[in-house]
Design a protein around this ligand. Structure first.
Ligand SMILES: Cc1cc2nc3c(=O)[nH]c(=O)nc-3n(C[C@H](O)[C@H](O)[C@H](O)COP(=O)(O)OP(=O)(O)OC[C@H]3O[C@@H](n4cnc5c(N)ncnc54)[C@H](O)[C@@H]3O)c2cc1C
Length: 413
């Protein structure tokens, strides 16, 4: 929607916005679910789309006619592709003029002729010990497009390469904002299960110092990146083209960066407080072995108030989330889902108002304001973040002019 409005503003038209809104209405009226087909197979990462030996490593336009466009290529990682109604195809990077064929954003039904979906299962279906992921999970798929026809009413842009960066970076900010909520929910599960394991092992983590320290670390990590998500919402700003709201890009990207790197610490802490049993326990098939079940329940009970079956249930739950192949999946979706850490770092630096901070220090040092437009560290200034001008957040600090040096001396005297 934002990029459709931006293209219309640039061209002095209305058709892109109208087309997108008509599609949005169709999605809402039909209660359709969409899969996001953004990440291309990408081929050789050091080369741009038009430089690839095989053009099908990126989805691209192979034909345009009066009825619509025809696309081919590969999207490599599409969550829930086998069980959504439609795929929303977007470019995964900024494009140059030479990449124009690869700059395409459109929607197609999953069963459109020419689409092949090669998927892996959602979670760990049918596995008895997978106490979370035999119920909850997400399938990911490679989606191959071979001469798929898309009518114009479902093409949101085609070959407008100069708008690709805007789409990719803005979509990524929205997506990273939502990743924060998803992983904070995962943190809630580890906090709850970690406390249950401590209790089952015979400890109150509140009074056992080293366990409390670990639990506090887990809470700090989870609520720390969640707070970035809240801040990104509070500091959301209106997109000048579409008038829809954008979460703050700095807080969204910092939150996603924190969870991407700290997911491994979260899993380590869950292991620390639980003990090795979570990966060493006999599997569910042994639960009803008449030769050993009763004895196991007796000797592997720790806290007398917590029955053995409850202790192993929590242990298996934690194994599923942190030490199974699904546990590894959670690490990877946190690290790379929504973009790899390098992408977040780029966005943080690109959007952060370093120029304002430079100005602040130079003002305190009485150097006067620097206005050279080409000065690298002075370029990025963001009115509204450090002054009242344009700010919508109540209670935001206001920068006032420093008193003049001469007056200050007079007052002291
Ligand atoms: C579980 C899961 C679900 C996902 N769901 C979806 C989805 O629904 N839809 C969707 O579109 N995508 C989805 N993604 C894809 C996700 O956005 C990508 O994994 C992410 O953007 C990284 O791309 P990649 O996996 O191809 O890794 P790569 O791009 O191969 O990155 C590997 C490493 O190389 C570096 N690198 C890559 N290119 C360059 C370069 N040009 N210069 C310097 N360094 C570079 C990266 O920073 C990274 O460190 C999902 C990913 C996961 C793990």
């Amino acid at each position: 929607f934002q990029v459709a409005a931006r293209i219309d503003d640039a061209k002095g038209t209305k058709e892109h916005t109208q087309r997108f809104l008509a599609y949005l209405r169709e999605v809402e009226d039909g209660d359709l679910t969409l899969g996001i087909a953004m990440t291309d197979a990408k081929g050789d990462r050091s080369k741009r789309p038009h430089e690839q030996g095989n053009a099908d490593t990126y989805v691209h336009i192979v034909e345009r006619n009066a009825q619509g466009i025809v696309i081919s290529g590969t999207k490599a990682i599409v969550t829930s592709a086998p069980y959504v109604h439609e795929l929303l195809i977007m470019p995964c990077r900024n494009m140059t003029e030479d990449d124009a064929d690869f700059a395409v954003c459109c929607a197609v039904p999953v069963d459109a002729p020419g689409i092949t979906i090669i998927a892996r299962p959602a979670g760990r279906p049918g596995e008895k010990s997978a106490l979370f992921s035999n119920k909850y999970g997400q399938s990911t798929a490679v989606v191959m497009f071979e001469k798929v026809f898309v009518p114009w009413e479902r093409v949101f842009y085609a070959e407008e390469w100069e708008h690709s960066a805007f789409l990719t970076y803005n979509y990524a900010t929205h997506h990273r904002h939502t990743c924060i909520g998803a992983r904070a929910g995962f943190g809630d599960l580890l906090i709850g299960a970690g406390a249950l394991m401590c209790e089952a092992n015979g400890f109150d983590p509140g009074s056992e110092t080293h366990l409390r320290e670990q639990m506090v670390e887990l809470i700090k990590i989870t609520e720390g990146f969640f707070a970035c998500g809240v801040a990104a919402s509070v500091y959301a700003a209106e997109d000048p083209h579409s008038k829809s709201f954008m979460p703050d890009p700095v807080y969204s990207n910092i939150g996603k960066l924190l969870l991407a790197t700290q997911i491994y610490d979260m899993q380590r802490i869950a292991h620390y407080v639980s003990g090795g049993l979570i990966v060493a326990l006999p599997g569910p098939d042994e639960d009803h072995n008449p030769a050993t079940a009763a004895k196991l329940a007796d000797v592997l009970r720790a806290n007398p108030d917590v029955p053995y079956d409850k202790r192993i249930e929590t242990a298996r739950f934690l194994e599923d989330l942190t030490a199974s192949y699904q546990g590894g999946w959670y690490s990877l979706i946190s690290l790379h889902g929504g973009g790899s850490p390098a992408a977040m770092k780029q966005e943080i630096y690109r959007n952060y108002p370093i120029g304002n901070k430079v100005e602040l220090v130079e003002r305190l040092l009485a150097r006067g304001l620097t206005t050279e437009p080409d000065r690298a560290i002075g370029r990025n200034k963001q009115p509204g973040k450090c002054c009242a001008q344009g700010c919508t957040v109540p209670g935001a600090p206001i920068m006032v002019d420093m008193p003049k040096a001469a007056k200050r001396i007079k007052k002291v005297a």
